[in-house]
Each structure stands twice: as structure tokens, then as C-alpha cells.
Design a protein around this ligand. Sequence first.
Ligand code: ADP
Ligand code: MG
Length: 464
Amino acid sequence: MLNIGLISKTSQASTSDLWKEFLSEIKNHVTQMTFNTWFLPIKPLEIKDTNLKVQLPSQFFWEWIDEHYKSLITKTAQNIFGENIKITYIISEEPENDITNLNKTEARIEKSVSKIPKQEINSFLNPRYTFDNFIKGENNQLARAAATAISENPGGTSFNPLFLYGGVGLGKTHLMQAIGNKILENYSDKKIIYLPSDIFTVQFVEAIKSDKVNEFSNFYRNMDVLIIDDIQFLIGKEKTQDLFFHIFNTLHQARKQIVLSSDKPPKDLKGLDDRLISRFQWGLSADIQSPDLETRIAILKKKSEDYGMIVSDEILEYIASNITSNIRELEGCLIKLLANSSLNEKDINLELAKRTVKEIATDRKVSVSIDSITKTICSFMQIDENKLRDKTRKKEIVLARQLAMYFSKELTKSSLKTIGLHFGGRDHSTVIHACNSIEEMLKDDAGIRNLVDNLKSQIEISCS
Ligand code: ADP
Ligand code: MG
């Protein structure tokens, strides 16, 4: 398929030409299916000196290629780009783990959205998310219709703000990004920005530190379309909420489009300023629910085609009947199936599908989130969850907060920074301090040991 002549390393060949050359060499060493699955989706971003930056679709994807194709990639990259080449991997969808380096000793952590964009606006939209590949279903009918309407007429409908809500992995981010991409396509001159609310908070804190709050605020007030994902993470962050309130008002008065998402409807966002909640209800709130069986099958069909997989209807139906609540998990199952099949060079059959579904169910059991930890601890200790996020220094609250941080570090893969952010925007040193204090207490306080044991089993039960 790719037939590219050799380009000398010293010539001024573009990243994309060299990348094509890289791919065509890889292709000689792996099967077509492996190639389509694990190499075609890698997107080269830029090459600077000896550093090649590429983008991967997910953390899982990175772990997979790191485990199975590391040496092939390293060797091939050295051949094509030169002996000293270093590859930096950007994982686009997961802001917690943006960049990972295959060579972990040289790992460099960056944030793809850590700086305030200046003259040129980077919208942070991922072109992978479009309306075309968003499957219609009863579960997303209203949300999708409203999203389409505003992308044709941003700011000009009564759906302002458009507030999308629903559980994890049901397509909120996909739909919001599709809105942004469509508007960009329809109105190339519009200033659009997409960002998750915790990144907004981090930027705001940085702006305060560097005395650039006005610039920060003006930047957002100048947008034509502001898309903020997972707005529930503003809970407990009063200053950020206050600034966001003013930005919201400016944009709304100027009839600029605002799109927000959350895991709950506005009225249930306890701990968020009432002024914001009432504004969120000015436009349209639309929920996305879990998809029904037909929609799940349609999604699997579309995704499997996108991955170049050949999967029978029987298998698709089996997966769709057994993975029911979350589209991200459906997608994960398909990728895992592909992985299992390409690793063992086996066809995708029902038996393999059954095994893969089982593996997913086991993975689910061990996946614990910071939110579920917080909930379990607060209900066990009978404490209001919001107290963990504010500044209260009451002994009992401090202990609950420290325990929640301790378990978040022990039981999730979240970074210290992320953990701190969940507890009222505290910084990573507070999290380290919390973990150390719990460990100290565990050494000589039998009561705490007992409490920690009890909590641990509660958390495990609540996540299984
Ligand atoms: P959320 O933001 O609600 O947690 P995402 O938008 O990240 O969920 O969706 C999780 C995954 O499921 C994404 O890869 C997305 O592309 C996919 N997805 C969700 N809904 C649909 C849909 N209706 N059609 C196709 N893919 C979908
Ligand atoms: Mg999301």
C-alpha cells in the first residue's frame, strides 16, 4: 500500500514523509491486522531535533504497544529518524496522563493544555469525535438533536447554554467535541475552545500565581464558543466558580455559545454556587442515558469497522448483551478482543469474545475511583462530602480527608496532582503529607488500623 522511496535522514524530509517510511518498514515485520490496529492509529505530531512527538488514542493503547512492540518501534525509529531519536507519546483523551515516554527513565510529563494559549488559539478539539461517527439512539436523541442545532447556528438558538449530563462513558465528551469540530468546519473564523473544568481551574491557579488573571479572563471572554467538560469538578472551588460566573455572563450577553457537561443535572450539583446553577438552567439541559441493545450493537459495528476488524453479528450481539452500561467499556472490549486475537494470531471467534468479556468484568472489579473512595469514606464516617473539599480543619474531617487521599493514592492510578485537585484544589505536597500521616498512625494506632481495614473492605465492596 505504501510505496515510498528512501529518504536520507539528513535531507529536509517532512515528519509525515519520514513517518510513512517508518510505517512501511514496520509493516514488513507485523501482520496486516496488527499493523492496522496498533500502528495506523498513531499520529505523528512533530519532530524537533532528536525528539519525535506522536499521539496515541488511549492509555491502554500505549500500554499495549509498550509491552509488545517497544523494541520494534525503537529499532525502526532509530533506522528512520536517526540513532538518538527519542519518542514522546501524547495520549490525547486522558488529561491525567498526557504524555508518556516509552523509555520510562526519560519520561517527561507535560500537559497538553497547561499553558494559556496566546495569539493563536488552539481549540483542543480532537478530530476523531464527529457527528458522523456518533451513533444515534433513543438514549441520546435530544442531546444529539440540540448539539446539531447549535453547531449550525452557534449562539443563535435558545439552547444557550447547552448543558449535557449523564453517567461516565456515555458520549458527553464525544458530542461536545463534535459540536466544536462542526462549528470549526462551518465557521472557520469562530474562536472556539474546549477544555475540561479541572484544567480550567489549574490554568486559573497558574494565572493567579503569575499575576495574569485579567489576561486569563479576557482570553475566555473573547471566545465565540466556550465548551467546558465535566463542570462538576468546579464544586468546592469558589474562586474559580466566581470567575467562571463573570465569563459566563459576558459570553451569554454577547450571544456567544456555551456548552457544558456534567455527571448530574444542574439542580443536583450540590456545592456549586446557586447563581451558576440557575444560569445553567437558562438554556437546554439534555441527558444522555445508557444505550439500549440495538444502539450498543450499532456502536460496536461502527467501531469494529473503524478498526478494520471482521466480527460476526453473533459476536457483536454477545458483547452488546454482556456489556451494558458504558460505551467506553464496549469500545475497550473491542480493542481487547483485537489485542487478544492479534497477539495469539487467532481469528476472532465467540470463545475468544467470551474470554475477553470475562476479563473486562474482572478489570471492572478492581477499578476504584477517587469519587467512590470519597463517597464510601464519607458515608462510613457520616461526614458531608463537601467538607472534604473545603478548608475545615476539624479533627474528624481532617482525618477523613487524609484517609481519602491515602486510599486514592493506594487504590487508583491517579497522579498526586489529580488527587489534590479532587480535594478542593490542594497541591501534591498536601497529598504526600496526608499519606505520610496515615502511614505513621498505622504504625502505632490499632484503632486507625482497624478503621483502615474496615474502610478498605467497604471500598472494595462498593466497587465490585
Ligand atoms: P463521557 O464523556 O460521557 O464519559 P465519552 O464521550 O468519552 O463519554 O465516550 C466514551 C467513548 O464512547 C468514546 O470513545 C466515544 O467515542 C464513545 N461513544 C459514546 N457514545 C457514542 C455514540 N453514540 N456513538 C459512537 N461512539 C460513542
Ligand atoms: Mg467525558
